[in-house]
Design a protein around this ligand. Sequence first.
Ligand SMILES: NC(=O)c1ccc[n+]([C@@H]2O[C@H](COP(=O)([O-])OP(=O)(O)OC[C@H]3O[C@@H](n4cnc5c(N)ncnc54)[C@H](O)[C@@H]3O)[C@@H](O)[C@H]2O)c1
Ligand SMILES: O=P(O)(O)OC[C@H](O)CO
Length: 333
Amino acid sequence: MKIAVLGSGGWGTALAMLLAENGHTVTLWSYLEEESRRLQQTRENPLLPGVTLPESLSYTWDLSCVRGCGVVVMATPSFGVRSTAEGIRGMLTPETILVSVSKGIEKGSSLRMTEIIRQATGDLCPVVALSGPSHAEEVARRVPTAVVSACPDQAAAETVQDLFLNDRFRVYSSSDVVGVELGAALKNVMALCTGCCTGMGYGDNTKAMLMTRGLAETARLGVALGGRRETFAGLAGMGDLIVTCTSMNSRNYRAGILIGQGMPVQQAIQEIGAVVEGYYAVDSARELAKRAGVEMPITQAAYQVLYEGRDPKTVLQELMRREKRHEMEETWI
Ligand SMILES: NC(=O)c1ccc[n+]([C@@H]2O[C@H](COP(=O)([O-])OP(=O)(O)OC[C@H]3O[C@@H](n4cnc5c(N)ncnc54)[C@H](O)[C@@H]3O)[C@@H](O)[C@H]2O)c1
Ligand SMILES: O=P(O)(O)OC[C@H](O)CO
């Protein structure tokens, strides 16, 4: 299969490697010409240390590489998804399958990634979300990993499942694209929160509390927006939450640690040197929650720290002092 991977950050590069190793003809598109030239010359991505890119990969910074591709993988940061999708409109056919691997919710529109792609490309092709606990650094080193391929069009989800599957990358299919995408976007917010508490010197109890209650509010929003409750107990929900809130590979968790240690938010994001999606998602998630009438106290707390400059210790105190309640009072998995 001829495949284009759009976005040569850590994740786009790791997936391009995997698809090339699965025998596909893969072109890796970079947003910046110099990034593409450097990849071609060095066959290394500094975001994936110690990994050599396969000889069979091709590199470009020209979006016309999508012409004639059966599958196009959208792997830019969430803020680049709309413009990249608009750039390929007119080069697709109804048979092309688009795969979204970006994790976020668009600022302003509060649309999920597959919704943006469908809108920006004229809703011509099926759009599959591929998500789950999968740090690029580990996938590139062939560490056994499992993810989920989600689309209401089951045939498209299964085509993508087959393309990516191999003996170190297991892919499940799902029709719940809403649940899968919201789990992906919200776990980044929770990782910023758990990182922040780690940075402030709190321990495993605090981390477990935020992960568990964070998943509860994620599922509450997801179900209100049409996702299935059980999806949040799966790879794109609990699975990705675990990996992101516990791994030093996580950009969101590491940014949270720096903020908890007292570094200003923008400086912490700069320091990470790769996209910190939770920062962008928190604003849109809060907006979605408001519209759906869903309570999301941890997301709200994260917003106050990240956008209003409030002291994280005070914000955590306020979370702890909320009115007492029954654990299973609300929608839960
Ligand atoms: N890195 C991972 O382990 C991983 C795993 C799963 C999903 N994801 C998701 O994949 C997406 C990409 O993450 P990443 O870690 O590869 O990012 P990254 O920070 O490593 O790479 C960012 C890339 O995007 C390019 N870029 C910058 N601005 C752009 C724009 N406006 N339009 C298009 N491209 C632009 C940069 O040139 C760079 O190549 C994110 O949504 C992330 O949540 C990442
Ligand atoms: O490094 P993070 O926090 O952006 O997480 C990357 C992936 O989403 C983990 O599945």
